[in-house]
Design a protein around this ligand. Structure first.
Ligand code: HEM
Length: 959
C-alpha cells in the first residue's frame, strides 16, 4: 500500500524554496545524502534576473543526486527537464530501492516529489516573469511601468476600457474612471466584459490573442530582423517546407489493413470488422480527447462563424523536400492533393508595430500581426451559453421553465433518457449553412459525436442544478438562497423570489466552475499521470493545505492582502504565485477576515467581512501579473491535438454486455448533423461507455487520423472541397507567426536541441525496437527539413546563451562550416510531436506542458468567478456547495485509495452519474473518468494495459 505523508508546512517550505533552487555542483561519486548536505550548504540561485539566465529545468549535480540518485545525473546532458528522473516521479519502479510508498519529506522519495514541485513552481515564476506579451496595447506600460509603479505590478490599463461604441459604455462610467457595477457584475456577461470590474474589456469576445514569445521572435518567416534571418536563412515561407508533404511523411498513421480503414471511412454498416490502426495511450480515453476539443471551443477561436478571411490560398502538395516540384507519381505515392484550397486566417493588424525604448534596448509593442479571439477568453462555458448576441440566439431555453435549457425527453429505457436531448437547429436560427441539422448550441463548429456528447451532458447538468434548486425552493420557499442583487447588496433573496433568468445565470456559473474543476483536478492529472502533477494540480485548485483550513486561511490572507495589492513587482508576481499554492487559486480572496481584534469585535459577521458592496472584495482575489489575460497564439499551437482522435469509435451498449464491441463507427460519419442523428439514435449512455472504454491516440509522430487528412469541407467550394487538417495545423501556425520549435523552447525557458537525434529517448536501450523506430523517425525529419552548412558568425537568438556565456549561433555548438540539421526550421507542432522523451505518464510533451504551466494558472488567477467572486451572492448557496462537493448530496469519498491518496468521487463521475444513472455499475470502479474505464489502474501510477476484474472478455485487452 502506498502511503502519502501529510505535506503541510514542510512542503510550503520546499515550494517557497523554489525561488532559490539550484546550487554549485560538486564532484561525482558521492552519496545522495552528501549531495543533499552540499546542496543546502552551497546556497541557492535566485530567480533569473535576465531572460538569458533562466532555470531551463536543469539543476546542479548535487541537487540532481539529492533528489534522484544517479538516474537524473545520467540524463543531465539531454535537453529535457531533470525532475522527470527524480525518485517517485514515475511508476513504482522509480520509488527508491526498498520502498513501496512515497514516505516522509526528507526520505529519498519525498525529496524527489518535493524537488519536482519546486522545479515546477520555479518554472511558473520565471514564465510569469519572462513570457507575458500582451497584444492589446498595454505592453509599453508593462515594459516601462507607469506613475512610478513597475509594469508587472500594474492592475488597470486604459486599453481595457470599454470603447464608446459599447452599449455598456455609460453604465461602466463612460469617459471617467470605469468601474463595472450593478447588473454587469452579477454573473458572466455574454460578451465576457466586466469579469475584472476595473478592466471591463479584458477577456471579452473580439480582443486580440496575446503572445508568450517576445514580439521580435514572432513571424520568423517574414525575416523582419537579423536574428530571424540568421536563424532560418531563406529556407522558410508559408508553404515551405511543403505542409502536405510534411503531413503525409510525418503525420500519416500506418495501416496494416487499409481496405478495412478506407481513409477513416470504415466498413459499410459500421461493421465491427473495420480497422484503422493508431498508436494508443494506455491511460487516457477517447472522452479525454473530445473533452479538450470541447474546452478549446470555450476558450478561443480564430474563426468567425466557422469561416476565415474571404481570400483562398493553395495549401501545398507542390514541392519535394529539396524544393523541387513534385511529380505526378510522387503526388500519387504521397496521397496529397495539389487542388486543395483554404481561406486565409483573419488578421486584425498588420502595419509596422511601434517600439519603446527600454533599459535593454528598443522593443516592439506588439507582434508584427495580430489576430482576434472571437470567443470570450474566460472559462465561462461560452461554447454552451454564448459569447455574443448571435451565438446566444442559438441557445434554446425551455419554455416551461426559462431557467432551464431546452431538452427533448426520450422514451428509451435508461433512467437518464427522461432528461432528454438538445433539439436540432430550427429554420431561422442564425447559423452557417454547414451546421444545419446539428444540435442547437452556441458554438457549433467542427461538430462530431464528441461535441454532441459534452453539450448534451452539460445541458443535463445545467437542468439538474435547476431541478435541485427548484426542489429546495419548494421545501423552503422563504429561506435565503444566498443570491444577492448588487443594487441591494444586503437584502436576502428568498428561494421563491429567484427569477428564472437569475437562476439560469447562476446555473451557468455552476456549470462553468464544474467544468474548470473537472479540467484541473481530473482531466489534467490523467493527462500528466504522475505524483508531482497530481499534487501540483490539486494544489492549484484546493491548495497544498486542503486538509489544514487554518493554515490555508492564513496564507490566503497573506497572498491577497500583501502580495495582491503590492506595487512591488517581485511581490506582486513571484511571491504571489508561490504562496498561492498554499491556499490554492480557486476561491482565493472569497473571504475577508477582520484586520485586527478590535475590528473583529465590532464587525457584524466577524468570520467573514466580504461585501458585495465593496468592489475591492468582489475583485480582490485576481492577479493578472501586469498583463491583461487572453490566450496567446502559442497556446493555440500546442492545443492542436488532432492526433488524439481515433478514426473509428468502438461502439458498445451498457445494457447488453459492455465487454462486446458491437460496431465500429467512423468519427467522420458523425461529422456535423450526422452527430445529432448518431447521438439520438444510439443514446448518450452508450456513447459514454464506448468513449469511456476506448484508448485515445498518442500525441506523437505518424498518428494523425486518416479522416482528418481527407476532411470534406464543401463550404470552401474549392476544386477538391477537401482539406488536410494536419497540414492546415502547420499553415495556420505559420500564418500566425508562431516561432519554430527550437526558438519556441528557448523562449519558454526550455533547453534547445542541437540536432534531430536529440529527440531520441536516451533512456531506451540501444538496438531496442522503440529506439530503432525513433532513429528511423529522426531520419525522416532530416529528409524533410534538410541540413545546411552552418556559419558561426551568425547569432540566432537572445533568449538564451551557451553554458559558457557566449551567444548561440547558427552552428549550435557544432564546428563552424559543418553540415548541421535544419532543426531551427522545425514547425512547432512537428517538434512537440517528435518529443519522445517525456516525464512519466505525460500524454503531452514537456514543451506543450511548459505553455500549459503558465496559461492554466493564469486562467484561474485572472478570473474573479474562480477567486473572490466564488460566493453565494453570485452562485447561490446551493451552487457553492455543488461546486465544492461535486454535487448536491455532499462530498463522497471513493472506497479504495488511488495511488496512495484518499480521493473524492471525481467531479466528472458525479456529473455522468447524474445525467446517466444507468451507468452506475460500469462507473463504480472508475476513479478518474478519463482513465479507460475497464483498465486496472494497478499500483503506483502504472501505465499497464490490463483489464479490471469483470472486463477480461473485452477484446480491447487482447494482445
Ligand atoms: C474530431 C474532430 C475534429 C475536427 C473535424 C476538427 C477540425 C478542425 C479544423 C477544420 C480546423 C481548422 C480551422 C481553420 O483554421 O480553418 C481545426 C482547428 C483546430 N482544432 Fe480541430 N478538429 C477536431 C478535433 C480537435 C481536437 C480533439 C482538438 C483538441 C484540442 C482540436 C483542436 C483544434 C485547435 C486548437 C484548432 C485551432 C483553432 C483556431 O485556430 O482557433 N481539434 N480543427
Amino acid at each position: 500500500m502506498i502511503r502519502i505523508p501529510d505535506r503541510n508546512w514542510t512542503c510550503l517550505l520546499w515550494v517557497s524554496l523554489a525561488l532559490l533552487v539550484g546550487c554549485a555542483s560538486s564532484e561525482g561519486g558521492k552519496s545522495d545524502f552528501a549531495s543533499c548536505v552540499d546542496m543546502v550548504a552551497g546556497g541557492f540561485r535566485p530567480v533569473a534576473a535576465e531572460r538569458d539566465q533562466r532555470f531551463q529545468g536543469k539543476v546542479g549535480e548535487d541537487v540532481a543526486r539529492c533528489r534522484g540518485g544517479d538516474k537524473p545525473l545520467a540524463f543531465r546532458s539531454t535537453p529535457y527537464v531533470d525532475w522527470a528522473n527524480y525518485w517517485a516521479a514515475g511508476d513504482a519502479s522509480t520509488l527508491a530501492p526498498g520502498t513501496t510508498s512515497v514516505g516522509l519529506h526528507l526520505s529519498r522519495n519525498g525529496r524527489g516529489i518535493d524537488g519536482a514541485l519546486m522545479d515546477l513552481e520555479y518554472q511558473r515564476i520565471e514564465l510569469v516573469k519572462f513570457n507575458l506579451f500582451d497584444n492589446a496595447g498595454t505592453y509599453a506600460d508593462y515594459a516601462l511601468g507607469r506613475d512610478g509603479v513597475a509594469g508587472p505590478a500594474l492592475k488597470v490599463w486604459p486599453a481595457m476600457r470599454l470603447p464608446r461604441t459599447s452599449p455598456d459604455y455609460a453604465a461602466v462610467g463612460g469617459d471617467g474612471t470605469q468601474l463595472c457595477q450593478g447588473e454587469l457584475i452579477r454573473g458572466r456577461t455574454l460578451s465576457g466584459i466586466c469579469n475584472d470590474l476595473r478592466n471591463p474589456l479584458m477577456g471579452s469576445s473580439g480582443t486580440p490573442f496575446a503572445r508568450n514569445a517576445q514580439f521580435e521572435a514572432t513571424f520568423p518567416d517574414l525575416g523582419k530582423n537579423l536574428l530571424a534571418r540568421n536563424r532560418h536563412g531563406d529556407r522558410l515561407s508559408l508553404l515551405k517546407p511543403d505542409p502536405q508533404l510534411i503531413s503525409r511523411k510525418l503525420f500519416t498513421r500506418a495501416q496494416s489493413a487499409p481496405d478495412k480503414c478506407r481513409e477513416g471511412q470504415g466498413l459499410p454498416g459500421d461493421d465491427a470488422d473495420a480497422q484503422c490502426d493508431y498508436q494508443k495511450a494506455p491511460f487516457f480515453n477517447v472522452l479525454a480527447a473530445f473533452w479538450i476539443q470541447f474546452m478549446t471551443h470555450d476558450w478561443f477561436t480564430h474563426l468567425d462563424e466557422g469561416h476565415n478571411a474571404a481570400e483562398q490560398m493553395p495549401v501545398g502538395c507542390a514541392l519535394d523536400s529539396r524544393g523541387q516540384p513534385l511529380s505526378a507519381a510522387e503526388i500519387a505515392r504521397l496521397g496529397c492533393r495539389p487542388g486543395d484550397r483554404i481561406d486565409r486566417t483573419l488578421v486584425v493588424q498588420d502595419g509596422e508595430p511601434t517600439t519603446v525604448m527600454t533599459s535593454s534596448g528598443p522593443q516592439l509593442t506588439r507582434a508584427y500581426k495580430t489576430m482576434a479571439n472571437h470567443n470570450t477568453a474566460w472559462w465561462d462555458a461560452s461554447q454552451l451559453y454564448g459569447y455574443d448576441t448571435r451565438s446566444r440566439q442559438r441557445v434554446k431555453r425551455d419554455p416551461r421553465d426559462a431557467a432551464k435549457l431546452l431538452l427533448a425527453p426520450d422514451s428509451r429505457a435508461g433512467a437518464g433518457e427522461q432528461q432528454g436531448y438538445l433539439p436540432a437547429f430550427a429554420p431561422g436560427d442564425p447559423i452557417a449553412p454547414q451546421w444545419a441539422g446539428q444540435e442547437a448550441t452556441a458554438f457549433p463548429d467542427n461538430w462530431t459525436i464528441g461535441m454532441s456528447f459534452y453539450h448534451n451532458l452539460f445541458a443535463r447538468e445545467h437542468n439538474s442544478f435547476v431541478n435541485a434548486f427548484r426542489a429546495q425552493a419548494a421545501l423552503t420557499p422563504r429561506a435565503d438562497s444566498g443570491l444577492r442583487n448588487p443594487a441591494r447588496p444586503t437584502a436576502p433573496i428568498a428561494y421563491a423570489d429567484v427569477t428564472p433568468d437569475e437562476l439560469f445565470e447562476a446555473a451557468r456559473l455552476v456549470v462553468a466552475a464544474m467544468i474548470a474543476k473537472i479540467h484541473t483536478i481530473e482531466w489534467t492529472p490523467q493527462l500528466l499521470y504522475d505524483e508531482p502533477l497530481y499534487l501540483g494540480m490539486n494544489s492549484n485548485w484546493n491548495g497544498l493545505f486542503a486538509d489544514a483550513k487554518l493554515v490555508s486561511a492564513a496564507l490566503e490572507r497573506i497572498v491577497v492582502n500583501n502580495f495582491g495589492t503590492s506595487d512591488d513587482a517581485r511581490k506582486a508576481t513571484q511571491w504571489y504565485s508561490v504562496f498561492a499554492s498554499g491556499p490554492g487559486i480557486f476561491g482565493l480572496g472569497n473571504h475577508v477576515a477582520p484586520d485586527n481584534a478590535e475590528m473583529a469585535k465590532t464587525a457584524p459577521n466577524p468570520g467573514d467581512m466580504w461585501s458585495l458592496a465593496n468592489p475591492q472584495h468582489v475583485n480582490g482575489g485576481i492577479n493578472h501579473f501586469g498583463s491583461p489575460f487572453n490566450f496567446p497564439e502559442e497556446f493555440v499551437s500546442v492545443y492542436r491535438l488532432h492526433a488524439l482522435v481515433p478514426d473509428l469509435i468502438e461502439y458498445r451498449e451498457w445494457d447488453a454486455n459492455p465487454n462486446r464491441v458491437r460496431a465500429k463507427v467512423p468519427v467522420v460519419s458523425t461529422f456535423r448533423g450526422k452527430a445529432t442523428q448518431a447521438m439520438q439514435g444510439r443514446g448518450v449512455a452508450n456513447w459514454a461507455l464506448s468513449m469511456g472504454r476506448q484508448r485515445l491516440g498518442l500525441l506523437t509522430r505518424n498518428n494523425l487520423p486518416q479522416f482528418l487528412q481527407n476532411l470534406d469541407l464543401p463550404r470552401l467550394q474549392s476544386p477538391t472541397n477537401r482539406i488536410d487538417v494536419a497540414a492546415l495545423d502547420l499553415i495556420r501556425d505559420r500564418e500566425r507567426g508562431v516561432p519554430r520549435f527550437n526558438e519556441f523552447r528557448r523562449q519558454y525557458g526550455l533547453r534547445q536541441l542541437t540536432r534531430f537525434d536529440d529527440f531520441i529517448d536516451q533512456r531506451l536501450a540501444a538496438g531496442s525496437p522503440a529506439r530503432l523506430q525513433q532513429e528511423r523517425a529522426v531520419e525522416t525529419l532530416r529528409e524533410v527539413y534538410g541540413q545546411h552548412r552552418c556559419d558561426a558568425s551568425k547569432i540566432i537568438t537572445t533568449a538564451q546563451r551557451n553554458a559558457d556565456g557566449s551567444a548561440i549561433n547558427d552552428c549550435l555548438g557544432h564546428p563552424d562550416g559543418s553540415l548541421v540539421d535544419n532543426i531551427e526550421d522545425l514547425d512547432n507542432v512537428v517538434g512537440w510531436l517528435s518529443e519522445y522523451t517525456r516525464p512519466h505518464g505525460f500524454a503531452i510533451s514537456e514543451t506543450q506542458f511548459q505553455v500549459f504551466i503558465l496559461n492554466a494558472s493564469r486562467r484561474l488567477f485572472s478570473d474573479r468567478f474562480f477567486t473572490s467572486s466564488f460566493r453565494p451572492e453570485f452562485y447561490t448557496g446551493l451552487g457553492v456547495r455543488w461546486v465544492t462537493d461535486n454535487g448536491p448530496t455532499g462530498a463522497q469519498i471513493e472506497k479504495v485509495k488511488s495511488n496512495g491518496h484518499e480521493v473524492p468521487v471525481s467531479p466528472l463521475k458525479r456529473v455522468l452519474l447524474r445525467a446517466m444513472p444507468e451507468l452506475q455499475a460500469e462507473l463504480e470502479p472508475v476513479i478518474n473518468a478519463f482513465d479507460p474505464w475497464a483498465r486496472d489502474r494497478g499500483a503506483y501510477y502504472s501505465l499497464e494495459w490490463k483489464p479490471r476484474p469483470g472486463a477480461e472478455a473485452d477484446p480491447a485487452f487482447k494482445p
